[in-house]
Design a protein around this ligand. Structure first.
Ligand SMILES: Nc1ncnc2c1ncn2[C@@H]1O[C@H](COP(=O)(O)OP(=O)(O)OP(=O)(O)O)[C@@H](O)[C@H]1O
Ligand SMILES: [Mg+2]
Length: 399
């Protein structure tokens, strides 16, 4: 019989270091991002000369290396600061978990005064603490990752830039990061110009680049010879086709490796990558849907519910299209859902903005109706299984 754990540990593994193929691993080498790394280094250097670096806004689609590159440069900066006793402090906040001005300030101040507890204090008080800290000749680089998740971002950026006016001997600079290419349009023009003093774009990776990134990761993560070249190429091709997203590429190979292990295959081949595709797609959709703002989740829920019940739209030609919805009926359904859970209802202008963003994320497809059907209106179709989307949203709204 043998002990259960003995047997488990004796199983042959194809991983050398499973961590190296996880999406949370930070590789030392970041090919195809040399330009961005260099530019960011240049933008932050004034902090080491006692000057305030410009605020910087980074944007690009999911999995294009924004977080990884920023961590890399910040780590180098911290190393330099330590060695040279420079007065620069970096601070990373993921706004997905800290999604309001107050929560960001509370999280950020903790690094400067680790012994103190600020919960319950006013935002004004915390801001004063920031100013005190900076006035001791400190330059703060505040990284706000997934900055689009901050509900009252205009107020946050305004407060931080007003603090800067009051600081005599130091400064606060913001590095804002977002994969929402449209969210800037929501901002007050003053916030926009303050946040985007400098901007950097992270383009999607093409299949060739993804292949090179994957090859390097495979070498770190797998035992030599346990992943076929063709599997690497396939994972790169799938990720390039979907979005040029390195996270998808890495996750595909990790899942494929797990599938190979569980089925006692000695090598990861195309079969495992194809099997992994569905699972990874689900993980990614889950992640995307569960981090949308609540109001946007309600809009998506309205689309999912209507898709499940709709009979199809009759086109002028007499053909029926299943699952195609009118923008107006979705807005009505959304209003009903929002009032049902005692949420405020967003205006139709905001609703249209949400629809545009859902399309950008690839969660829905839209087209103009053309003349004939209810005048000119937008037609909308859900990009994924309605029941799945609906159940993800329910699990989130219930929290
Ligand atoms: N140039 C690169 N070389 C090696 N690995 C990379 C590179 N770019 C991205 N990756 C890997 O891809 C994954 C996603 O990268 P990262 O988290 O930085 O993306 P992101 O742009 O911040 O995405 P999101 O907008 O979803 O937050 C990580 O596992 C990272 O290690
Ligand atoms: Mg990121």
């Amino acid at each position: 019989m043998g002990n259960l754990f003995e047997k488990e540990l004796e199983k042959k593994t194809i991983f050398k270091d499973r961590n190296a193929i996880s999406q949370h691993y930070f590789p030392k080498e970041l090919p195809f991002r040399e330009k961005q790394i260099q530019e960011m280094t240049k933008i932050l250097t004034p902090s080491l000369q006692g000057k305030k670096p410009d605020n910087l806004f980074l944007y690009g689609k999911v999995g294009t290396g924004k977080t990884t590159v920023t961590f890399h440069v910040i780590k180098e900066l911290e190393e330099f600061v330590k060695k040279n006793q420079a007065k620069v402090t970096t601070n990373y906040v993921n706004c997905r978990n800290h999604n309001s001005k107050y929560k960001v300030l509370i999280k950020a101040i903790k690094k400067f005064f680790p012994e103190e507890n600020f919960i319950g204090y006013s935002a004004g008080f915390i801001q004063e603490k920031f100013i005190d800290y900076c006035n001791k000749e400190n330059h703060i680089i505040l990284v706000l990752d997934e900055i689009d998740k901050v509900k009252d971002l205009d107020e946050l950026v305004y407060s931080l830039s007003r603090s800067n006016d009051e600081i005599q001997n130091g400064s606060i600079s913001i590095i804002g990061i977002s994969n929402n290419l449209m969210f800037k349009e929501r901002l007050d023009p003053r916030t926009k110009s303050s946040l985007c003093e400098k901007e950097m774009v992270f383009p999607p990776y093409n299949a060739e680049e993804l292949r090179a990134i994957l090859k390097a990761r495979v070498e770190l993560a797998f035992i030599p010879g346990s992943v076929s070249d063709s599997a690497v190429n396939l994972a790169a091709a799938i990720a390039a086709q979907e979005s040029g997203d390195a996270r998808t590429a890495v996750m595909l190979l990790m899942r494929a490796g797990e599938i190979a292990e569980n089925t006692n295959a000695r090598k990861v081949s195309d079969v495992e990558v194809n099997k992994a595709k569905k699972k990874v797609e689900e993980d990614i959709i889950f992640n995307m849907v569960s981090t949308l703002p609540e109001q946007q989740q309600l809009v998506l829920k309205a689309i999912a519910l209507l898709s499940m019940s709709t009979k199809g739209i009759k086109k002028i030609t007499g053909q029926e299209e299943i699952g195609v919805l009118y923008s107006g009926e979705i807005y009505d359904k959304y209003k009903q859902l929002a009032s049902g859970i005692k949420e405020s209802v967003v205006s139709s202008r905001w609703y249209r903005q949400y629809i545009t963003e859902l399309e950008m994320y690839g969660l829905i497809l839209t087209s103009a109706s053309g003349p004939g059907i209810k005048g000119q209106t937008k037609l909308i179709k859900l990009g994924f299984d309605a029941e799945k989307i609906n159940s993800i949203i329910d699990s989130q709204l219930g929290k």
